[in-house]
Design a protein around this ligand. Structure first.
Ligand SMILES: Nc1ncnc2c1ncn2[C@@H]1O[C@H](COP(=O)(O)OP(=O)(O)OP(=O)(O)O)[C@@H](O)[C@H]1O
Length: 988
């Protein structure tokens, strides 16, 4: 488990006031005491006992467990004294700063008078240049009412447009208090928090709305027009009331007050009749204060924009007062919005502090309202005009968001690029995705199909801050901004410019922005900050690389760095608790040099509980089209879009043939297949038989699959060196096929064509004292060995993994099964894994197994021919297809793997690089086979570590730091086998 924490050192200490960001790696449930010394050291807290606080609460270092709240991702701990307490979202009287250049504040009114102003020591301080240092006073009187009075401010105070003097006037809930360019409102009842479940591993699962179109209840709104013109939000003139209801965005906001919170249920084809309006309605575009509370709660609006939501990727940039038509009063602080779906990409330009404040407000909306499995964020901030330290500090808040995790296979720790290499890697991934999508769309069009561009996401928003630095990157950025929307990629281009003003008109500012950020011209819309203090903006449509018209004016919505940090930390541990939390189609990423099978399986810490959950899920799956029930799915390794999987029970091929030259990783791939088959299905429903072919070639030859005998599903392993055992195996396998043929299709099925062995012969080979029955085969009889656990497994586990001496390992029943299945029960699936088929097809002259190789090959050919309907599968390796080509297996194995010759250089791929060809895939699928014989990496062990987080390096590929394995510790295979054994015996 890894969690990221910030530790605040003692006041005045070397790390105060920001503290240090740390990455803690530890098994879940480790007491805080195990790392408290390391935390104090990292924060340079000096000598003495370590006392830690989370917010105002002192932590008991023995009882507080890492991974459990409050010690979850994004937590802030303070040493030696209480830290800042989080805002209790349920405080009753709250004043929200809902708009303006320092929006997002949530202020608790405890009774009495609170001064509001620009002064830093004001009770409610606002960084708004148009607000006086002491601007107004808000007082909660004993009867609970709230009053407001102006304090002789320069620019005055209004409530719903009415000027307020020195005399106090009531401030009603919902009324808009305006000072300077800021809007404040008394908040309603706090929204209820959604049920969130801590997973004990530093994350918190929250329910999200189901996918599917969400139809809002819109008052007086007709059916939306089918295809709104791009960026219609920016075409209307400021005082023009919206003529017709529109589907999304822009000045139609006023008409879109929802009469109820958005329904979160499944898609509703017809809009339901609107329920009776209530006085206060949630906005379609929540203000920054509402966003903060949504993150802190987490509130019910978290990640509300599920697939099909009409406001998907629509953001508000600010607010403006609008005329509501003749005779009606003005509409105040109406959100001015833009839809990235319509604009494609969006440019933002202005002086840096305000520009980043606006960008933070935009990104907070996107990440609070879209779940990380629907939207990811990529930051490219590689502009060498500013020092890397400044850029990293400015954007480090983004690092806490779950949306910058590389959940779609990107080759980095976080999607943050601060140098040209990182930027090239990120833009390269995105361009590959764009090219693939355009290629697919062209192919579909050519085939006469329809193309719904980037329908439904997932989406990527790329924050491109300034010049990316090199000609190649500039070209990539321009292309992504211009065409990316076709693949769900939208660029937010930031350019630092002076504010537009009478001396620097809009077009001049636009040209300056385009000179600074090459992608600016390719955006479909741009917001330019205007005015002396850049608290206003103009939202313009961009066509043909130039702004169109005068645009729509608005007062900017911006949030402070501290606000963004707090918001992002609140989101840090949250994950969607839905099946769609599974990664969506991944971006195309280069194959890793090596892959760890357990990581590809999603079983980094193989535990009996996680395996039992998988087995239970397999039982719930619909049965395979042919043969007995049972899941025969295996992960081969890492592909470009995620793990590469084969399913032997699906109708894409029941058998798999692996071809590769010596040293290409064939044996390791067989081990990986054996391990992942076992992880997918319980031993009662799946058995494995291992056949080690090669018996010549020095020490270790013919022993490659021995380590897999620890897997509880393995019912037999034999080597190709004992002719007697080989013959017996062939007969037993043939008998099993015959038995299955009778059991599964007594009337129709032809009997397998290998001569069935005599029953007494089969009985005779079960020599280990257990009840011998026809159709059984003894592991010990076949191999002449007793299974032993590897010496590296702790002694206490020996008893759990070691086979009892009297155990009979059979083809058709499972060791450790509670009861024998009845004769009529469907047999378990059986997979025969053969390493080095060539040694059986053409045994070497001096090979001891040579006399019996033919009978084994015939039995395997019978499996190849009849196994699909009988639930028996074959996976075999060969060095050369030439030799195997004439066999039944080669004819019947529709699934093929071809492994490359390893090149051996330090930067070259490890053995195990190859392609999978399946009948249902047009092109071979490249993959890097998952390694399972490697030692368990340190991160999965018990020793907790604390290291400082370096945000500037978060965009590097994780492979640059080689995974350190435990020198002589247990292997991943042993770890998995032990967990499987415990899961098989009831999860103990
Ligand atoms: N997926 C993999 N990742 C990393 N290393 C691997 C992988 N597969 C194999 N190797 C390493 O490559 C070497 C050869 O692997 P393996 O024995 O599986 O190859 P092979 O094709 O069976 O060759 P041979 O039959 O000649 O032994 C071993 O040292 C193994 O550890």
């Amino acid at each position: 488990m890894q969690i990221r924490l910030t530790v605040l050192g003692p006041p005045g200490g070397p790390t105060a006031p920001h503290g240090c960001d740390l990455l803690v790696t530890a098994p879940p449930g480790t007491p805080l005491a195990a790392i408290s010394g390391a935390l104090a050291q990292a924060a340079q807290a000096g000598e003495g006992p370590v006392v830690l606080y989370a917010g105002g609460d002192r932590l008991d270092v023995q009882r507080s467990l890492l991974g459990e709240p409050p010690l979850i991702d994004g937590a802030v701990l303070s040493l030696h004294g209480p830290g800042p307490a989080p805002v209790p979202p349920d405080a009753s009287t709250r004043l929200h700063v809902v708009s303006g250049p320092d929006a997002g504040g949530v202020h608790l009114l405890h009774g009495g008078r609170a001064g509001v102003g620009r002064a830093e020591d004001a009770d409610i301080a606002l960084d708004d240049p148009d607000v006086s240092r002491a601007h107004c006073a808000v007082t909660v009187v004993p009867d609970g009412r709230v009053l407001v009075a102006d304090l002789d401010s320069t620019n005055g105070t209004t409530v719903d447009g009415e000027p307020v003097g020195r005399e106090s006037v009531p401030l009603a809930p919902g009324a808009l208090l305006r000072i300077g360019e800021s809007g404040l409102r008394l908040a309603d009842e706090p929204p209820p928090a959604v049920p969130a479940t801590a997973d004990g591993e530093g994350r918190v699962r929250v329910p999200t709305p189901d996918a599917g179109p969400v139809v809002p209840f819109a008052l007086g709104e007709a059916a939306p027009p089918a295809a709104p013109a791009p960026s219609t939000a920016v075409e209307r003139q400021p005082d023009e009331a919206p003529a017709a209801p529109r589907r999304r965005g822009g000045l139609g906001a006023w008409a879109r007050r929802f009469s109820a919170p958005r329904p979160t249920g499944p898609a509703t084809p017809e809009p339901a009749a609107p329920p009776a309006p209530t006085p206060r309605l949630p906005d379609a575009w929540p203000d920054p204060a509402a966003l903060l509370l949504t993150a802190l709660g987490p509130g019910p609006r978290l990640w509300e924009r599920a697939q099909g939501h009409p406001e998907t990727l629509t953001v508000r940039l600010g607010t403006a007062d609008r005329s509501a038509g003749p005779g009606a009063g003005p509409l105040r602080a109406v959100p001015v919005t833009v839809s990235l779906l319509e604009a494609g990409s969006l440019g933002l330009a202005g002086p840096r502090p305000r520009l980043t404040g606006l960008a933070r407000a935009v990104l907070a909306q996107l990440t609070a309202l879209h779940a990380p499995d629907r939207l990811d964020l990529v930051l490219v901030s590689a502009d060498r005009a500013r020092p890397v330290e400044t850029r990293t500090a400015e954007w480090s808040w983004l690092g806490w968001l779950p949306h910058v995790r590389p959940a779609r296979g990107q080759d980095c720790r976080l999607l943050l690029a601060h140098d040209p290499e990182q930027a090239a890697a990120r833009t390269g991934e995105l361009l590959r995705r764009l090219d693939e999508t355009l290629h697919e769309q062209a192919a579909r069009r050519a085939a006469g199909g329809s193309v719904d561009e980037a329908a439904g996401g997932p989406y990527t928003v790329v924050v491109l801050d300034g010049d990316p630095g090199t000609p190649e990157l500039r070209e990539a950025a321009e292309r992504l901004a211009a065409q990316g929307a076709a693949a769900g990629i939208h660029v937010l281009c930031l350019a630092e410019t002076p504010p537009a003003s009478p001396t620097s008109p809009l077009t001049a500012t636009f040209e300056t922005a385009a000179g600074q950020n090459p992608a600016f011209r390719s955006c479909g819309a741009a917001a330019l900050l205007t005015g002396d203090v850049a608290t206003s903006l103009r939202l313009l449509r961009v066509a043909g690389g130039s702004p169109v018209g005068q645009g729509v004016p608005a007062t900017v919505d911006a949030v402070s760095p501290a606000w963004a940090e707090r918001f992002a930390r609140a989101l840090a541990p949250l994950r969607p608790d839905t099946p769609s939390a599974e990664p969506h189609a991944r971006v195309t990423a280069p194959l890793p040099r090596t892959a760890r099978l357990l990581d590809e399986l999603g079983l980094a810490r193989a535990t009996p509980a996680s395996l039992l959950a998988r087995w239970a899920a397999a039982a719930d799956h619909p049965g395979p089209p042919l043969g007995p029930p049972g899941c025969v799915q295996a992960v081969l390794g890492a592909g470009r879009h995620g793990p590469v999987t084969v399913d032997l029970a699906a109708d894409q091929g029941a058998h798999l043939l692996i071809e590769g030259p010596p040293g290409s990783g064939r044996t390791e791939l067989l081990r990986a297949l054996a391990a992942s088959l076992c992880a997918a299905e319980r031993p009662e429903r799946l058995g494995l038989i291992l056949l080690d072919g090669g018996d010549t070639g020095g020490p270790g030859a013919g022993e490659g699959l021995r380590s897999c005998t620890e897997l509880p599903h393995v019912t037999a392993r034999l080597g190709a060196h004992d002719p007697g055992v080989m013959r017996e195996f062939a007969q037993t396998l043939a008998a099993e096929l015959k038995r299955r043929a009778e059991l599964l299709a007594p009337a129709a099925a032809p009997t397998p064509s290998v001569p069935a062995p005599r029953a007494d012969r089969t009985t005779a080979i079960a020599r280990d004292g257990a009840a011998a029955r026809p159709g059984t085969v003894s592991h010990r009889a076949l191999t002449g060995e007793t299974r032993t656990a590897p010496t590296s497994i702790p002694t206490q586990q020996h008893a759990e993994v070691e086979a009892p001496p009297s155990r009979t390992l059979r083809l058709r029943t499972t060791p450790g099964a509670a009861s024998e299945p009845s004769a009529a029960a469907p047999p378990p699936r059986l997979v025969v894994l053969v390493d080095d088929l060539d040694a059986l097809l053409a045994p070497a002259l001096g090979s001891p197994g040579r006399p019996s190789a033919g009978s084994v090959v015939r039995a395997l050919e019978a499996v190849a021919r009849d196994g699909e309907r009988l639930g028996v599968h074959l996976i075999a390796t060969t060095a050369s297809m030439e030799r195997a080509a004439a066999t039944e297996l080669a004819r019947r194995a529709l699934l093929r793997v071809t492994l490359d010759t390893p090149l051996g250089g330090p930067e070259d791929p490890a053995p195990g690089r190859g392609t999978l060809t399946a009948p249902d895939s047009e092109l071979p699928v490249p993959f890097q086979a998952g390694r399972v014989s490697g030692r368990i990496p340190r991160t999965a062990t018990l020793r907790p570590t604390v290291v400082a987080l370096d945000w500037s390096r978060a965009g590097d590929p994780p492979t640059r730091r080689p995974v350190r394995e435990l020198g002589n510790g247990p292997t991943d295979l042993a770890l998995l086998a032990s967990a499987l054994e415990r899961a098989a015996s009831g999860g103990r």
